[in-house]
Design a protein around this ligand. Sequence first.
Ligand code: 5RP
Length: 263
Amino acid sequence: MGIGKANRLARVFRPTDGFSVMLALDHGYALGPIKGLERPAEVIKTLQDHVDALMATRGVFNNCFTPDGRAGIVLRVSGAVTIAGPDLTNESLTATIDDALRLAADAVASSIFVGTDNERESIKNLARLVSACAPYDMPVLAVTAVGKDREKQFDSRYLALACRVAAEHGADMVKTYFSGDSFETVTRSCPVPIIIAGGPKLETEVDVFRMARAAMDQGARGIDMGRNVWQNANPVGMIKALDAIVHDGASVDDAVAIFNEVR
Ligand code: 5RP
């Protein structure tokens, strides 16, 4: 690996342990101002100090982010479809390597929609992005998105296929959903680090901590969560508790105690 890519990845995965707590706040690119993310600047200001990296679009980084020279920048570069349109999976690349370099991004992110009518186009987007990023040592995060088909979110066979396909097309890291006890089959068969999304807000904080703990125990290299953090009434408590799970090996009970301390 080139030193440029290694340096950028060290701002995403904490060099002391190789794990990452990334905050996802790219949802507005397709969903608009969803609950908890109406004002991205406030979410970033509240949580920036507590994460390894932020994942957002260039619109949010350009308008809602005050650089601190510490938090890694993961730039979402696919989109051009919305929840109001006919098909959320019909994405194009929406920003270039020049845009990423101008932002001093540490990685760029693009979704692939395996098993949909748009799997070919979305995988081609990823492959083109990998090729465009290679001369600059810019890491690429593939997001194994499921569109509206929520059942796939919990199917390890689908996720193992999607993650492996992403890695085979050159992704340096893959973001996917947690699929329960068989998640290790997903991490074991993917040659690049896997981080997990949180998905829609779960009923309780404990459910989120259990998911994060189980994912880490089954080979995840971290988290890239959004709604379960900033839709919670205590987002700082959530991110600190999740940080302890990812970076300190905290148990679910420890995480609950940390969450309650921050209230
Ligand atoms: C969607 C994304 C989002 O960033 C992802 O869903 C993570 O956020 P959440 O934890 O809210 O699911 O990349 O394609």
